[in-house]
Design a protein around this ligand. Structure first.
Ligand code: NDP
Length: 500
């Protein structure tokens, strides 16, 4: 009993010292610059998780179940790189599951357990003192910047795909070059494609594409594969329409300015340069950690990965890091999840010890598509419905080409739903799943997802927009014409057409 009283008193002392510490920091902030936001203890999150992949979501689930409603800042790549795996076969319990479905299940679990999920991009951090400051940018309105305060952070911002840096790569990006076979593969049905890379991702993607494409050439720069998954390699070796070209470097990617037509490669053994006629080039050449914003703020190793100790703690107290951002070796969803759980438990222990002020109630949450009222977007089910919708020539049409596998497409969906309601009667919005209706996608030469195609009221194609940023900024810009006449709307779209 005596020990319990001492524990309570010492807890109270710690509690008040934490509050006074936070208050003194607040005062310091106010003294420093007048631009500083007014921070109250309600604004300080106990713990903020940076990233939205498997590691981040697992940390979120553990912390939420421990009573901290953590804020997860998921960034622009919904679900992280796992979303690019069409098939995951080594996740315990699931025999086969797509990367997107796996992450989607985790995200739902995190959300149901009480995590607040914010879709914004982390652009800066200040870990020099508590409360730590995380600066985020709106994904679509880049001038909207916000500061988020935290007593502890778990960084799980993963890695980004590498680029080849060869001639033609920038010009044909999205016009035949992709780093996501799962997202864009369906657009290359019955065409010839190449995969660059010899790792597990390349093998997995080659297997996936071999079921769609006419022929798949895997370009490996060394004389052996780096891939370790023997089962997948065996499957690939049995495919008639797959060839593996070893000792082969990419020289350039060529086309007619709009579409990829061929790739020039160099055979280092035969010492010859030659062309392969292909419509698609898929890169699977590894990734680099997303640590740009942590330079000079956390200790990084020579390859840019965040350094952590055995307790997954970075060089700063109460800042943990997990997953691909710390891991040049394993890079597995399950290891990220395991470390996410460990970091959450360790972080929770630290927070409990500090008697952290649980003030997460103000955390923002994103609006899910399912929260919105009935949809005004028309999902096209078959060719006949599509022809009928196109034949009704009264208002402009926007067609959204998407795939169920495509993470970025999911980001566009809620915006599209919202804008469809605002623009009802002025612009018709159709959605086309390219997996089901690939003939429509090939009719309009869709090369990457998400892509939208805009038509005037007479069904003349005006322009295309690709990628979440360009599409969302166009969709947001349409709000300004919602009260205009159809001919004024057409003029507005024509102007965009001319400037595209
Ligand atoms: P890796 O780093 O393992 O492989 C990258 C491949 O791309 C290597 O073959 C590399 O060649 C090649 N490469 C790199 N740069 C270039 C370039 N400029 N030109 C041509 N080729 C290039 O990346 P992955 O994404 O494949 O895998 C990452 C991690 O994820 C690995 O640990 C892997 O095991 C794991 N993974 C596991 C899966 C599974 O378990 N089923 C599925 C997918 C990934 P080189 O060998 O010469 O360096």
């Amino acid at each position: 009993m005596h020990r319990r009283i001492i524990k309570i008193i010492s807890s109270l002392v710690l509690f008040f010292s934490t509050v006074s510490f936070a208050t003194s920091n607040i005062l310091n902030k106010h003294e420093k610059t007048k631009d500083d936001l007014e921070i109250t203890k309600q604004d300080i999150h106990s713990v903020v998780i940076l990233g939205g992949g498997v590691g981040a979501l697992t940390s979120g689930i553990y912390l939420a179940r421990a009573g901290y409603s953590p804020l997860i800042i998921e960034g622009s790549m919904t679900y992280g790189l796992i979303a690019q795996s069409h098939l995951v076969e080594n996740w315990p319990i699931e025999y086969q599951i797509s990367g997107t479905e796996l992450a989607e299940k985790l995200r739902t679990q995190a959300s149901k357990n009480g995590c607040n999920i914010l879709s914004k991009e982390v652009i800066d951090v200040d870990f020099s003192k508590k409360p730590y400051v995380i600066t985020v940018k709106d994904l679509y309105k880049s001038n909207q910047i916000e500061k988020i305060f935290a007593n502890a952070c778990i960084i799980a911002m993963g890695s980004s795909s590498n680029y080849l840096n060869v001639e033609g790569e920038k010009l044909y990006w999205g016009k035949g070059i992709s780093n996501c076979a799962v997202c864009d593969g369906a657009l290359y049905r019955n065409k010839n494609v190449v995969i660059v890379g010899g790792g597990d991702s390349a093998i997995l993607e080659a297997n996936y594409l071999s079921n769609l494409a006419n022929k798949v050439s895997v370009l490996v720069r060394k004389d052996a594969l780096k891939a370790k998954d023997k089962a997948q390699i065996n499957v690939l070796n049995k495919k008639d329409n797959v060839e593996i070209l070893y000792n082969t470097d990419v020289v350039s990617i060529n086309g007619d300015k709009e579409n990829v037509k061929s790739i020039t490669v160099f055979d280092k053994v035969k010492n010859v340069k030659y062309n392969l006629d292909v419509a698609g080039v898929f890169l699977a050449i590894g990734s680099r950690p997303n640590t740009q914003i942590f330079k000079n703020k956390l200790d990084l190793d020579q390859d840019g990965y965040i350094k952590i100790n055995n307790n997954l703690q970075t060089s700063i107290n109460d800042i943990y890091a997990v997953g691909d951002i710390v891991d040049p070796v394993f890079k597995q969803a399950i290891t990220a999840a395991g470390d996410g759980a460990k970091a959450a438990i360790l972080c929770q222990k630290g927070l409990d010890e500090q008697i952290a002020v649980k003030t997460d109630t103000k955390a923002a949450s994103i609006k899910r598509a399912s929260d919105l009222a009935a949809s005004s977007v028309i999902e096209i089910k078959d060719m006949k419905q599509f022809e009928n919708e196109m034949a009704t020539k009264n208002i402009p049409i926007i067609i959204d080409f998407y795939a169920t596998w495509c993470g970025p497409c999911k980001r566009i969906s809620p915006i599209l739903e919202n804008q469809a309601k605002i623009l009802q009667g002025k612009i018709k919005i159709l959605k086309i799943n390219v997996d089901k209706l690939h003939e429509i996608a090939s009719r309009y030469e869709i090369k990457a997802m998400p892509t939208i195609v805009v038509f005037d009221k007479d069904r003349k194609m005006l322009f295309k927009k690709m990628g979440t940023e360009d599409i969302s900024s166009l969709l947001f810009s349409l709000e300004q014409i919602k009260d205009k006449s159809i001919s004024e709307i057409e003029d507005y779209l024509q102007k965009i057409n001319q400037s595209s």
